[in-house]
Design a protein. Structure first.
Length: 273
């Protein structure tokens, strides 16, 4: 990253932080001007993020997603995109705030992530690989949304149970709405993850000589898939509801993060993803 690009990135992080602060302030004081300012700042951040992606495409002649740094950046971009969607379509304030916090965390982590490419890239690079990684990150973004709504569900449930619900929390979605968002998120995430796994396996077995089905990253991806499928089936059959549904999704998201970062370190052939 050149010095100019580095300075722009730091500026983007600062704007992102200010936007989060404004969203936080608006939540307690409910000022339309503050909320609009926060939204426009996060929109500027999204435009800058998108511009960075486009510049990298021209520089590298490929979609920038093959290194850990690039993947984290793309994941953060997706979270910002989803936060804008939630702001404009779903009209939910506190979930937007938490999604942006998550995106900001990954934006800052990206500053310390290595940007080197795995040598296996020369062997595996193909359109299937790009789609495989992209779909995996899309699935992780969907599970991130379920994670955020799960946390808020538990917060609201606790407030209602202790009868501490005040006007400060009036802009939270209802428990029913948050359950629906948790459902939607994993229903969308599961098929995307299935496609990602299938494409990844096909690409690996076609182009790499020694691929073990018991590779840490492959096993981790299947574990994530099985967890979310089982959770969805149990929810549909009424075996888990309410807080149990929320807690399981929070734990499942931690498994996603472990696979995202640690799985690649333990893998013998996988790229970072």
């Amino acid at each position: 990253m050149t010095e100019v690009m580095s300075n722009l990135y730091q500026m983007m992080v600062v704007l992102y932080a200010i936007s989060i602060m404004l969203y936080f302030t608006d939540y307690f004081y409910k000022k339309d001007f503050i909320r609009r300012s926060a939204f426009w700042l996060i929109s500027i951040v999204w435009v800058m993020q998108t511009a960075f992606i486009i510049i990298n495409i021209f520089e590298t002649k490929r979609f920038p997603i093959l290194s850990l740094s690039e993947g984290i950046y793309f994941y953060a971009w997706l979270l910002v995109t989803l936060s804008i969607f939630l702001h404009c379509i779903a009209r939910v304030d506190l979930p937007v705030f938490f999604v942006n916090i998550l995106g900001f965390v990954f934006m800052t982590i990206r500053l310390f992530a290595p940007n080197n490419l795995n040598p296996v890239l020369k062997t595996l690079e193909s359109e299937m690989l790009f789609i495989h990684i992209s779909f995996a990150i899309f699935a992780y973004a969907a599970f991130s949304i379920s994670f955020v709504f799960s946390i808020l569900y538990l917060v609201l449930y606790r407030l209602l149970k202790k009868k501490k619900y005040t006007k400060i929390w009036s802009r939270l979605p209802s428990l029913t709405q948050m359950t629906q968002w948790m459902n939607y998120s994993i229903i969308i995430g599961i098929p995307i993850l299935v496609i990602s796994i299938l494409l990844g396996l096909e690409s690996a077995f076609m182009k790499v000589d020694s691929v073990s089905i018991f590779d840490a990253k492959i096993v981790g991806s299947f574990v994530i898939l099985i967890i979310y499928v089982v959770v969805l089936l149990l929810k549909q059959r009424g075996k888990i509801t309410g807080t149990s549904f929320a807690w399981i999704q929070i734990y499942a998201y931690f498994v996603v993060l472990i696979n995202f970062f640690l799985g690649s370190k333990l893998s013998h052939f996988h790229l970072w993803y």
